[in-house]
Design a protein around this ligand. Structure first.
Ligand SMILES: Cc1cc2nc3c(=O)[nH]c(=O)nc-3n(C[C@H](O)[C@H](O)[C@H](O)COP(=O)(O)OP(=O)(O)OC[C@H]3O[C@@H](n4cnc5c(N)ncnc54)[C@H](O)[C@@H]3O)c2cc1C
Ligand code: SF4
Ligand code: SF4
Length: 384
């Protein structure tokens, strides 16, 4: 057996690697910087478990409760300083940690590589908080979850395909497991981010010790990127930041993200979290400059979690279509850019500045998102 699923459909979720009884699968980085499973034919016994586990090959249609809220954490200071949106993740994480549980999410290591890590102490929570706009490395985290889930409550947070991978790998639901996925419009290449970091360090002759993609100094909705070096700090509006422009132009996403299987209608998580873009249009009284979240409750378990945090948030019921109008990626994938292959060839030889000038269109990205949203609403209305 050479390929588990077609390369362009593989999300890199690691479910196959973590299920293989012979440890015959490893995740290997391709030329674009994304990890894919590679099977060691000498170890493989052709049992087919990887294919039977892969969530892309075995998608089911998961019914979601689709109970939606516009909300934010009452603790405005913590929301402003560390969280990307309305700081809902922190509240759920604290419930689990206070219950002697484990929280698993994405964290940068000292070399600015992004990995999913497990924490069991509130003092480590800041490591996980905030969105990091690149694909994170899961390694053996599903095996770690399987080994601990019978003894402890575990909260796993990740992209929708990562949550689907975890559920596929575990094969059954556990009362102890809580899953949150993020509204996800795709993950850019870790190789692109590594190149960007390296160029910044050379340009500034200094080491980067922290990268904040969602600094709210300029506001939640107009957020900035703040890059902390050993000796200085740079803050730049996200709309002026070359890496963010490449990310939001969709040119450098994983191939599976252009035809994502894990949109609304096929959610594996208990709760989906995102930004409530467009809150002023529907709920101007809910606007909060520290950040506003969109919460979608998918399961009964998610409903109970919401009840457990509701005294710590300001919230209102809302409609799914209101969330989707500012977040079209909840329903549809971005279209595959014609120049994507050329981009990844150029990534080897060009600077981030050159790539940004060549591949980022000069249209307003905000306008692009809004137009996409309008198209979806039209589609929904015309379907009746
Ligand atoms: C790649 C990516 C794309 C996103 N796209 C959108 C979008 O188009 N629209 C939208 O409304 N929201 C999007 N989000 C979600 C949004 O940015 C916030 O993460 C979400 O609203 C939760 O915010 P919070 O304030 O509750 O918690 P936060 O404190 O911001 O918590 C974020 C959580 O996400 C986890 N996380 C961070 N980076 C990653 C990563 N790369 N992979 C997996 N898990 C990660 C962290 O561990 C943490 O648990 C995206 C997030 C990511 C990571
Ligand atoms: S299980 Fe995940 S990593 Fe393995 S082939 Fe399927 S999508 Fe790719
Ligand atoms: S867009 Fe889909 S395939 Fe891509 S990272 Fe997000 S959930 Fe995974």
């Amino acid at each position: 057996m050479e390929e588990i699923v077609e390369k362009n459909k593989c999300t890199g979720c690691t479910a196959c690697m973590n299920i293989c009884p012979k440890h015959a699968i490893s995740m290997v980085e391709d030329e674009e910087g994304f990890k894919h499973p590679v099977i060691d034919q000498d170890k493989c016994i052709n049992c087919g478990l990887c294919k039977r586990t892969c969530p892309v090959l075995n998608t089911t249609s998961n019914k979601s409760l689709n109970k939606c809220y516009v909300a934010y954490n009452k603790d405005k200071e913590s929301t402003l300083n560390k969280a990307s949106s309305g700081n809902i993740f922190e509240l759920v994480a604290k419930k689990v940690l206070n219950n002697k549980g484990i929280v698993i999410g994405a964290s940068f290591d000292k070399d600015n590589k992004l990995n999913h890590i497990a924490i069991d102490n509130i003092k480590d929570l800041d490591k996980l908080k905030g969105s990091k706009y690149l694909q994170s490395n899961l390694d053996n985290i599903f095996t770690y979850i399987k080994e601990n889930i019978n003894d402890k409550k575990i909260l796993f947070v990740g992209t929708p395909c990562q949550v689907a991978g975890l559920k596929a790998n575990l094969k059954k639901d556990y009362d102890n497991l809580i899953t949150i996925d993020l509204v996800c419009h795709g993950v850019p290449s870790p190789k692109l981010f590594a190149k960007y970091i390296k160029e910044l360090e050379i340009e500034n002759n200094d080491k980067i010790i922290n990268y904040n993609f969602r600094d709210k100094v300029s506001g939640w909705d107009t957020y900035s990127n703040t890059i902390t070096f050993k000796n200085k700090r740079i803050t730049e509006l996200h709309s002026n930041n070359k890496y963010m422009k490449l990310f939001l132009s969709d040119i450098a996403l994983r191939e599976s993200c252009y035809d994502c299987n894990f949109k609304i209608g096929n959610k594996y998580s208990d709760i989906t979290l995102g930004d409530f873009w467009g809150v002023n249009k529907y709920y101007p009284d809910m606007y909060n400059k520290s950040g506003v979240s969109a919460i979608i409750i998918n399961t009964e378990k998610g409903k109970n979690i919401f009840v457990s945090i509701k005294d710590d948030i300001i919230y209102k019921d809302c409609q799914l279509d209101e969330i989707i109008s500012g977040n079209p990626s909840l329903r549809i994938s971005g279209s595959y850019p014609n120049k994507r292959n050329e981009f990844f060839k150029d990534l080897e030889i060009n600077t981030i500045s050159d790539l940004s000038s060549k591949y980022v269109k000069k249209v307003s990205l905000f306008k692009k998102l809004i137009n996409k949203g309008k198209r979806i609403i039209k589609k929904v209305i015309s379907k009746g």
